[in-house]
Design a protein around this ligand. Structure first.
Ligand code: FCB
Length: 453
């Protein structure tokens, strides 16, 4: 696909990079941080490749200054980071840890001094272990703990942070964490998965309410991982399989957030495992938000299961894949954006993650020529431009990730950064994709549109 685009991104369009606390901070036992479910999960044999963990990661806790310099050089408008809940409230609720807040103060001040807009995420998966011990996200009490946590963080950073994201990818939290055991806390229960999803959504609603009170001028949103699911053929069986998977991945979250209801076809199928929904919950979840964050990596073809039931994702012949084995489908990004704008009408959309893992190597000249990643990003920026042309209210694009980092159960094996990290020395080496992105941002700041070929 050509990476040239001719649409004009709207004035004030934000170009940025994203990160997550557990994936890059390290310093897990420093300055009073409490244990998170990811510390516990990584310490459990067999959960993470090579027994790796985020104990050191990119050592961002100490090297954030150097990394802000890298971002200045890159020319980004925005940096998305998450707050580690156990760093600021070590037991999840109650006692505050001032030294944890100091770190986020220094980070936010450093970003603002560099002219970079902080996008603060309240939850990117590192639940305090103390709360998991009390039942975690399947427990309704976790919703109130999240509201309390939101309040103290907003009181602390609200004078300087104007963009807030409550949650990243509730589907991953619920299904990978509680349904299928691939992520912390590693539970395998569909009942728990749906209860977790409901409480994550409800805690989003409560957090929006708290943020509106404490930081009335803030822009508040939530990020979902969305994909486009094409029926593999025109048969009724394949169409309904694709619709079902769309319900599982996308509509289960979009429906409550924008329409105040779970999709009825899914409720009918899942009636035996439905979460405990109380009066008023759906209204809370559907509280108006300022923007929807979309994380986009891949899309797929879906066919009915081999026995004619269920759904299976089928490989698309001739489609290139990333190191995660995910199909490269920039056309799916355009479809996702157009569909969400049409069916759910968020006021504003930001692409809050887009990127790819490839097996990068540092060459003899000390360079990383990550041509595949550069092409991946260029093709997705072009698809985003097409969505803008189709009148989607897209206002920003953030690359995942600035730095190579701890890729959850894959450990350090999968590299997503536009900056390479040599983990033993922590040396940062901007890859070719970094320089490509720097040029793109500079051109866009100078008014675009331009051909990037
Ligand atoms: C997303 C996560 C992010 C990173 C990328 C590759 O699902 O939000 O932390 O792991 O995938």
């Amino acid at each position: 696909m050509s990476d040239a685009y001719s649409a004009r991104f709207p004035p004030g369009f934000l170009w940025g990079v994203s990160s997550a606390s557990y994936q890059l901070e390290g310093a897990v036992a420093e300055d009073g941080r409490g244990e998170s479910i990811w510390d516990r999960f990584c310490a459990t044999p067999g959960k993470v490749r090579n027994g790796e963990s985020g104990a050191v990661a990119c050592d961002f806790y100490h090297r954030y200054g150097e990394d802000i310099e890298l971002m200045k050089d890159l020319g980004v408008d925005a940096f998305r980071f998450s707050i580690s809940w156990p760093r600021v409230l070590p037991a999840g609720r109650g006692r505050l840890n001032p030294r944890g807040f100091d770190f986020y103060d220094r980070l936010v001040d450093g970003l603002l001094d560099a002219g970079i807009e902080p996008f603060a995420v309240l939850y990117h998966w590192d639940l305090p272990q103390a709360l998991e011990d009390e039942g975690g996200w399947p427990e309704r009490a976790t919703v109130e703990a999240f509201a309390e946590y939101t309040k103290v963080v907003a009181e602390h950073l609200g004078d300087r942070v104007s963009h807030w994201i409550t949650h990243i990818e509730p589907w991953v939290v619920s299904w990978l964490g509680y349904g299928w055991g691939e992520h912390a806390p590693g539970r395998c229960s569909e009942v728990d998965a749906l209860a977790a999803a409901h409480h994550v959504l409800l805690s989003h609603g409560r957090a929006v309410e708290v943020l509106r009170q404490v930081v009335p001028k803030a822009q508040v949103g939530i990020t979902l991982n969305l994909d486009h699911l094409w029926p593999a053929s025109d048969t009724d069986a394949d169409r309904s399989a694709a619709h079902w998977l769309d319900g599982h991945h996308n509509r289960w979250f979009l429906g409550p957030l924008f329409h105040g209801a779970y999709p009825q076809d899914m409720v009918d199928q899942w009636h035996k495992i439905m979460p405990p929904v109380q009066d008023g919950d759906m209204e809370s979840i559907a509280v108006p938000i300022d923007f929807l964050g979309v994380n986009y990596y891949t899309s797929s073809l879906v066919a009915a299961g081999l026995d004619g039931e269920g759904a299976r994702q089928v490989p698309q012949a001739g489609t290139a894949r990333t190191d995660m084995d995910w199909e490269i489908r920039p056309d799916g990004l355009r479809e996702v954006l157009v569909r969400v704008a049409r069916d759910y009408a968020p006021r504003t959309i930001y692409i809050t993650e887009n990127g790819a893992a490839f097996p990068d190597v540092v060459d003899h000249n000390g360079r990383v020529l990550d041509v595949e990643r550069r092409d991946f990003l260029a093709a997705h920026v072009a698809a985003a431009a097409q969505a803008v042309e189709a009148k989607v209210p897209l206002r920003g694009y953030l690359v995942w990730a600035l730095l190579d980092n701890f890729e959850w159960s894959w450990g350090y094996w999968r590299r997503f950064g536009i900056v390479h990290i040599d983990y033993p020395t922590q040396k940062r080496t901007p890859k070719a994709s970094f320089y490509w992105y720097r040029d793109l941002i500079a051109a866009e700041h100078n008014g675009g549109p331009k051909s990037r070929l």
